[in-house]
Design a protein around this ligand. Structure first.
Ligand code: GLU
Length: 449
């Protein structure tokens, strides 16, 4: 349990653990928020009287369904589908779908819970939710992925709508999957409802910059964190875990802003390239071929691949975990600090364990949680929704400029709120408090619902 929790928060925490028994990730995400909110509830008795925090922790709706599908040889498989609609005080439920074997109710609930705060921080009219399945797309043919997506949507469609719930991608769900999901939604409803999903292809209602948005947004956020320390990305050595959508576009933008990314990773190991990771080669391997990272050496004639190694052993100034939850633990954090790491920002959702966060905060390493630092993806989803609603299509430059402004705004909100509540530089407190106040105010205004 985080040390910072006051007595009320400890009692609430115990209740949450009891009512959500065994849901480790959900308990972890809630505990982190409770650690920040004691002073807010003391200052705002209306939030306490209305039980805004307790209501926010309990998802508005949790949907679990069977997803049967047939593989290419005709064998029947059964997966489990989820959609957790966490909170809709600020707008329709909004958040991605994750297809990965590690998916369970706890994982989706934690992601939905964090999404509520993240979406509030963007300043856009978005509620929060998350969904997915324990389906593993790895090694599956296009036909198998299509049949799975069609079966998944056949059950989920009744819960969706541009004013109700708007999913997007996450781990294992990219433009291919969004295409199959959108096609099935359109077929069942007989409506071309572009605003029901984001992350669409450019030919069928998608928005420029959405693909790049989470990674680009993270790089802009890091730039702001360094600026707040009177520093810059110029010449900084960076490491980025993962090699999926978030990692790829983080590397691309960090390079454009003057930093050098010397390592990235996948489930098989760590790729090092001291001259700077060639992002075109990583795109070729992961976006075109969906293959393993060790092909990098063949493609570029440089770098080295360490099977099974830990990326956090690589010395760096800036560390950006962009793979998945709990991938960076307390001892990894100690190694990073010992090697001189000054900034850590989460591209993935909750990649740093509570112990890791404690190490960073105690050692003076600036640490930004995913709900602030990786909000560029969902913010650009909101821009896609705006374009769909007005049947318009913006340029890359204009959309990217909007994204950069939004990230600067989120940084400022977190930074200023942390200082206002007496913990300057603590982005965890800043994000949790600023996000909570926005949602709680709306919840109080809308009554006990
Ligand atoms: N899955 C992304 C996230 O974690 C994006 C969600 C969205 O665009 O709705 O924020």
């Amino acid at each position: 349990m985080p040390l910072q929790m006051n007595e009320d928060m400890q009692a609430l925490h115990q209740d949450i653990v009891r009512r959500n028994a065994g849901e480790r990730e959900f308990q972890q995400a809630v505990a982190e928020v409770l650690g920040s909110l004691g002073p807010v509830l003391s200052k705002h008795p209306e939030f306490r009287d209305n039980r805004a925090l307790e209501r926010l922790i309990e998802p508005e709706r949790q949907i679990i369904f069977r997803v049967p599908w047939q593989d290419d040889s005709g064998r029947v498989h059964i997966n489990r589908g989820f959609r957790v609609e966490s909170n809709s005080a600020l707008g329709p439920y909004k958040g991605g779908l994750r297809f990965h074997p590690s998916v369970n109710l706890s994982v989706i609930k934690f992601l939905g819970f964090e999404q509520v705060f993240k979406n509030a921080l963007t300043g856009m009219p978005l509620g929060g939710g998350k969904g997915g399945s324990d389906f593993d797309p790895k090694g599956r043919s296009d036909g198998e992925v299509m049949r799975f997506c069609q079966s998944f949507m056949t059950e989920l469609y009744r819960h969706l709508g541009e004013y109700t719930d708007v999913p997007a991608g996450d781990i294992g769900v990219g433009q291919r999957e969004i295409g199959y999901l959108f096609g099935q939604y359109k077929r069942i409803t007989n409506r071309y409802e572009s605003g029901v999903l984001t992350g669409k292809g450019l030919d069928w209602g998608g928005a420029l910059v959405r693909r790049e948005a989470t990674g680009y947004g993270l790089a802009y956020f890091v730039q702001e964190m360094l600026r707040a320390r009177n520093d810059s990305l110029d010449g900084k050595t960076c490491i980025v875990s993962g090699s999926g959508n978030v990692a790829i576009y983080t590397i691309e933008k960090i390079h454009a802003l003057g930093g050098r990314v010397v390592a990235c990773s996948d489930s098989r190991g760590v790729l090092h390239d001291d001259t700077g990771i060639d992002v075109t080669a990583v795109k070729q391997i992961k976006e075109v071929g969906r293959g393993p990272l060790d092909r990098y050496m063949l493609l570029t004639g440089r770098g080295r691949h360490v099977p099974g190694g830990s990326i956090w052993d690589a010395p760096c100034h800036v560390a950006l975990p962009c793979a998945t939850q709990n991938e960076l633990n307390g001892s990894d954090a100690e190694t990073l600090v010992r090697h001189g790491c000054v900034v850590v920002a989460e591209g993935a959702n909750m990649p740093a364990t509570p112990e890791a966060i404690r190490v960073f905060q105690e050692q003076g390493t600036a640490f930004a949680p995913g709900k602030a630092a990786n909000a560029g993806g969902v913010a650009t989803s909101a821009l896609e929704m705006q374009q769909n609603a007005s049947r318009d299509a913006w340029t890359f430059e204009y959309t990217e400029q909007r994204l950069a402004e939004i990230m600067r705004g989120i940084h400022e909100r977190c930074h200023d709120t942390a200082a206002e509540y007496g913990t300057p530089g603590n982005y965890v407190n800043g994000a949790n408090i600023a996000g909570f106040i926005k949602v709680a105010r709306a919840m109080v205004a809308l009554g006990v619902i």
